[in-house]
Every structure is written in C-alpha cells, then in structure tokens.
Design a protein around this ligand. Structure first.
Ligand code: AMP
Ligand code: MG
Length: 359
C-alpha cells in the first residue's frame, strides 16, 4: 500500500434523479487499495459486463501500485531509493511518470518536487510512527532536495533512472493521478465507456451516468465529516484531483502536522489553504499541480492561477470560509454550502486580498 492510513473520500458521486425505466444500470464496487478507498461505478446492461471492467481495473491498479509504491520493497521507486547515485533498470511506466514529475516540478518552480522523499519519511505524517523531526535532521534532508538531479534514459528499449547521492524520491503526489489515467483507459477499452473511478479525492469520469448526463461530483468540505460537500462540479470526460491538509495528518500538542511538505522549509506547509481542487482532461498533471498549489498557499496559488487562465481550479482558504474559483471553471461550479464567500480568479488586479487570520 502507498500509505498506512486510509484517506478520506474527498469527492462524492452525486445522483440527482431516478434512472429512466429503460436505462442501463450503474453498478458500483469498492475496495481498499493504495491506502485509500477505490470506488468504481460502471453503467452497463448487466452486472457481468461491469464485473469484467471492474476486474480489469483492479488488476491494473494492483500492477501499477507494485511499481510505484515506496512501501513495497522491490518496487521501482524502492529500488531507485535503495541505490541513489546509480542507474537502476525501471519499467516504461516509471520512466514516463518520472519524466512527467520532473516536468511538473519545473512548471511549478519546484513547489511540486518528488525529491522531498527523505522529508516525507522523516515526518511520516501518514504513518503510525509519525514524529516531529529535529531541526538538524530537517536541514540535513533539505540539502538533498532538488528535482534537477533526477535522470531518466533509455538504452536498447530498456529504461533506467538515477537520482542524486543521498536523495530519496516519493511519487505520492502524482502516482494516483497517473494510475487513474491508465485505469480509465483500460476500463473504456474493456467495453465500458460510461465509468467513474474514484481514488479518494481523485476522480475520473467518462461518458454519462444513470440519467444519461455527465457524472456530477461534490467536493468535500474540509474539516467536515465525509459526506459534507461545499460545491458540485460536472465531469464531462474529465478528472478532478483534490489535495488538502485534512487527508493525512497527526496532531501533537494541539498542532496539526499534515503530509504536504514545503521543499523550501522541509516542514508541513502553513495552512493558508485547506483544499485545492483541479478539473483537467487528464489526472496525472492535475494531481501534481494540486499538491504544488497547496504548497504555494492562498496568495501564491491565486497569483499562479491568475497568470494561467486555462487552468481550472477551486481553492478553499485555511479558515474554510472563502472559495476562489478560476474564471474558466466558474460556470461549472455550483456552491452548495451557505455562508461561503466566492471569488473569481481573473486578472492579477482583481485578485482577492488574503483573508484576515488565514496565516
Ligand atoms: P497529494 O495528496 O496528491 O497532495 O500528495 C501528497 C503526497 O505527495 C504526500 O503524501 C507525499 O508523499 C508527497 N509530497 C508531499 N509534499 C510534496 C511536494 N512538495 N512535492 C511532491 N510531493 C510531495
Ligand atoms: Mg497530488
């Protein structure tokens, strides 16, 4: 498993009306994998049809988890981490994901950086053996953060990767998105075009639901129990990813320590945001971007998004009172909770000021 603790379900599948009499049925199955609840909904004529697609999805999830998990000893990631500074033979999937990780690290100016692996391990915020590391340990681990040391090459059809001396990588911030992309492809190819896959807060939907309209999702209200959502998005052959500080954390002496680490300070990011959601055609880049925007914080994320109007994001502030939405997403987002302030992210001069008390 990627993580010891089971994460919350951050996005909720919504069904608003009864299915028409002649309609296909939506069959649902769920299980625990990758440290989270995986749920698959497939619209089909018969249960057997959906089972074929579900079994193919489960096999693909299992295969890819064994390659990317840093908690599985002989995974590609574990073997890369076991011999930093040396070339290691890897699967084409790991080569592709590493290359995308490096690209996303560049695009987010290092806010997303898979070489925070040692820091993630030091804190182990999602593990039972979590602890607050000493400052010297954090400073020592910070010396080796730097995605520019990740190298990938191909020789005679075999892929290899190498990380810098003393480095350790984690693909926890992007692998679920990548796996979603691969699994939805498998499900569609197996003959199930109408499918919704959910890995906790990371969801991909293709085709339509029981009412023959695109799948609709509720975005979890951070801090509330599972089931409470603050906004609804329609998912027309697209994915949504969510990163938040409510997913994996521990509390010590009244202070919350969560699982998203600043590559600059080596510590869990200061909570000026409580969740970031991105709607995108594919999951993997959106997964990395969500983690990166969370690292950037409320001001940094709004600044980043205002300069990239094509990105579709929803930010919930640290006080859980303000929502900022990209202009390109605002018509698709229905706020479903009273009392929230909603801002539309447009040009830099219309950026909302940081809410008082959110730092
Ligand atoms: P997500 O839930 O997608 O935001 O991913 C969080 C996971 O990504 C953590 O559990 C870590 O494994 C990893 N991670 C934490 N901080 C970072 C970071 N700054 N850049 C890349 N990955 C990170
Ligand atoms: Mg992520």
């Amino acid at each position: 498993m990627f993580f010891y603790k089971v994460a919350c379900i951050s996005a909720l599948v919504l069904s608003l009306a009864a299915a028409p009499a002649e309609a296909k049925e939506v069959f649902s199955r769920a299980e625990l994998a990758m440290g989270t609840l995986i749920s698959v909904q497939i619209k089909a004529d018969k249960q057997e049809e959906s089972d074929i697609c579900y079994d193919a999805a489960a096999a693909e999830i299992n295969r890819l988890e064994k390659i990317f998990s840093s908690y599985i000893e002989d995974s590609d990631v574990s073997r890369i981490n076991a011999t930093p500074g040396q070339w290691v033979a890897i699967t084409p999937e790991t080569a592709e994901l590493l290359a995308l990780s490096v690209e996303m690290a560049g695009l987010t100016e290092g806010a997303f950086d898979p070489t925070v692996g040692s820091l993630v391990k030091l804190w182990s915020a999602d593990q039972v053996y979590h602890r607050i590391p000493a400052d010297e340990e954090i400073q020592e681990a910070l010396k080796y953060v730097g995605y520019d040391k990740i190298e990938v090459k191909e020789e005679n059809g075999q892929h290899f990767a190498k990380i810098g001396e003393h480095q350790r990588i984690t693909l926890g911030g992007i692998a679920k998105g990548y796996i979603l992309d691969r699994v939805i492809e498998v499900v569609n190819k197996k003959g199930c075009p109408d499918a919704l896959l959910s890995f906790g807060g990371d969801v991909t939907g293709t085709g339509t639901n029981a009412e023959d309209v695109p799948w609709r999702l509720g975005i979890q209200y951070p801090g509330a129990k599972n089931g409470a959502y603050f906004a609804v998005i329609s998912l027309d052959n697209a994915s949504i990813q969510t990163s938040g500080d409510y997913e994996r954390f521990f509390i010590q002496d009244g202070v919350k320590y969560h699982h998203i680490i600043s590559p600059t300070t080596g510590r869990p990011v200061k909570a000026t945001l409580s969740s970031v959601t991105i709607l995108h055609e594919t999951s993997a880049p959106a997964d990395a971007l969500c983690t990166a925007l969370f690292v950037m914080g409320w001001d940094g994320a709004i600044d980043y998004l205002s300069k990239r109007p094509g990105l579709k994001a929803v930010l919930m502030d640290g006080d859980k009172k303000r929502v900022a939405v990209s202009e390109s997403l605002k018509d698709n987002l229905k706020v479903a909770l009273e009392g929230l302030e909603l801002f539309v992210i447009k040009a830099p001069k219309t950026i909302p000021q940081e809410p008082a008390g959110s730092k």
